[in-house]
Design a protein around this ligand. Sequence first.
Ligand code: NIG
Ligand code: ZN
Length: 401
Amino acid sequence: MSLLLTGIAELTTNDPARAERHTDPGDALLGIVRDAAVVVSAGGVVEWVGPAADAPDADERRDLGGRAVVPGFVDSHTHLVFAGDRSAEFAARMTGTPYDGGGIAVSVAATRGATDDELRRLVGHRVAEMRAQGTTTVEIKSGYGLTLDDELRSLRVAREVTPHTTFLGAHVVPPEFASRRSDYVDLVTGPMLAAVTTAGLAESIDVFCEPRSSHAFDGEESRAVLEAGRAAGLALRVHGNQLGHGPGVQLACELGARSVDHCTYLEPTDVEALVAARGTTVATLLPGVEFSTRSPYPDARALLDAGVDVALASDCNPGTCYSSSIPFAIALAVREMGMTPAEALHAATAASARSLGLERRVAPGLPAELAVLEAPSHLHLAYRAGVPIARALELRAPVGG
Ligand SMILES: N=CN[C@@H](CCC(=O)O)C(=O)O
Ligand SMILES: [Zn+2]
């Protein structure tokens, strides 16, 4: 049964083919269609998009009552597989304790102690929370197991809810390897990686890359992890330049990573590397982290003006940002990082999708991954910050209630 969606006051298509009809740069970027309709096939694929006045017939109709429809958000950076609670660490940060990554060990201990069913329940709850806020695609990293078995089961639990899983065995060096760092890097790049790839559990590999003094991995260690992952056929992602001016951005660009995430502390040479890597490496900004760690926000405006591909994601995790809300990230990007509402929405859909090797447009032949807003336009995502106006559009359920 095909379905005709009507009553769409404003449709964001992300389709460059619709850009030329607009003089407003935001409308052009988003490929906006006003008073729009969409036809979706029984299999959930978009069949037709355009002005409602021209819409073809379909087996069923649903009137969205003047709401805006946007592409479903693509949350391309999350750490949803964890147990335990670190709210006290957050409270301490709000009164001045800096974030240094040391709390990751607390989540590792709690995650190792949880049963598979507990982890499954926690992840399921977090994914449902995301869908209820408009996210229809999610990437999930391991990284709170840090033993071969615990990394494998983290990825297994993540795989039950998304194909976009990332092996982050190189999150931090676990306590039992504190005096044997290189043995841990050997474990990650050897037996762990082999087990992950043999079981087909990861699409990407990631590393937390920071200057040598931190809890994370330095440039040399990170290179070893990324090169091993690439040789094993995984796409590359990097946590880079979060805590200071580390080597992460340069390394990600050099090795052709799909994404380098955080980018909080950038030198002009990092920006140059990102510009040169345009089309390959996306800079994924995570403003919920700056909010939750009281860190300076990256200058998204400067990155966009320089020509860098910029994405937005939540980084939902127990330490630096326990928010699963892409609308919150969009509001911060607009208020604190100089992005326009259109740029922020594009970054949280089209650009974040690209960092996962996906397309996020509303166009014939593509999956109907849509979110509906309790508002007439995408501007309300930032304008109504903190109000739950976005949710994934369930194609077979009523929209009104
Ligand atoms: N920086 C590394 N990983 C997470 C934080 C993990 C934690 O503190 O539990 C991040 O993306 O910010
Ligand atoms: Zn992260």
